[in-house]
Design a binder for this molecule. Sequence first.
Ligand SMILES: Nc1ncnc2c1ncn2[C@@H]1O[C@H](COP(=O)(O)OP(=O)(O)OP(=O)(O)O)[C@@H](O)[C@H]1O
Ligand SMILES: [Mg+2]
Length: 347
Amino acid sequence: MSLQLVQKGMKPPVSLTHNLLNPPHNTLTMIETYDITKYFMKRKQGTGIWDRILRRGIEPVKAVDHINLKINKGEIFGLIGPNGAGKTTFVKILSTLILPDSGTASINGLDIIREDSLVRNQIGVLPGEFSRSLYWRLSGKQNLKFFAELYNIRDDSRIDYLIELFGLEEWEDELLMRYSTGMKHKLALARALLNDPSVLLLDEPTAGIDPQASFEIKKLVKSELSDKTVLWTSHNLYEVEEICDRIAMINKGRIVLEGKPDDVKREGLEYETITLVVEPGESHWFSSVENAEITNEYLVVITSSNLKKTLKKILDITEDHGITIKDLRTTAPTLEEVFIKRMEEEA
Ligand SMILES: Nc1ncnc2c1ncn2[C@@H]1O[C@H](COP(=O)(O)OP(=O)(O)OP(=O)(O)O)[C@@H](O)[C@H]1O
Ligand SMILES: [Mg+2]
């Protein structure tokens, strides 16, 4: 149905076999997506019962909109975006849980649509609502044993290794219902690692857990799992900046910015903030500097898109009026500022 709708009203769908004949030859590329697009049907606001019966009040919502991404072997790639941006849908498509309406993707050279069962051997998934995928009335170890069976893993050594890796030895025989949220997160991550996957798809792996548990998970992914390729979705800009090699910002299903965190910051917001402290009563001399805000009689905050030029102007003023600079600092934009600005532009 979604495909028909795409054909009727929206952009023509990209063939599902698009690019399948040309799988990536670059062995360094572990995840590659080709124009992935996904629609969901949403009930229009204010529709009545008859509209529903006659399916009149339904409209398509583009959850993922022509996403093209390449993620390299061993990279931690962060996908950030606001609620409803399409992060979970994107992860579900790569996890082979739902099909895209058009486009496709490859994981370690395998197509997620044609070779879905082979893809599943390559990936470990931490779903957003992971607690539903664990059994609360089983112990931590029983949970891992159950899922190991599904992978035909009969040997307990992998389970013991993972329990130790996540520091859950003391809790392995406790029922999951007695675990803290942080421990459940760790167990869900251990579950995702049972088949020793080359690719980890983690949907908000640190959501709802305290800073200590979050720190431990980040440390583990960064150090112990450094051979894995990781897709990490988050709302937390500081977190992705800290842990990810590259990031992409997604909004309304579209990638709006992509690159290394530092490059994204520069690209997204080409300005730096200059904070200038002078002797009381001298700040007004700087009102002629472009984008200067005279905060009080000794503090000036300037937003500059050309740092060199602005600093020269400041020095000229200090020389001309015999002003003493008590402090001068420049601050690059944070990822959060870039994100907010992009969202404002999109709105
Ligand atoms: N099963 C579904 N049926 C209908 N619409 C859906 C379904 N799943 C997601 N959507 C819609 O698709 C869009 C993307 O949702 P998605 O859950 O992928 O976003 P998200 O970035 O993961 O958001 P969040 O940060 O809140 O987890 C939203 O508009 C959402 O309402
Ligand atoms: Mg989500």
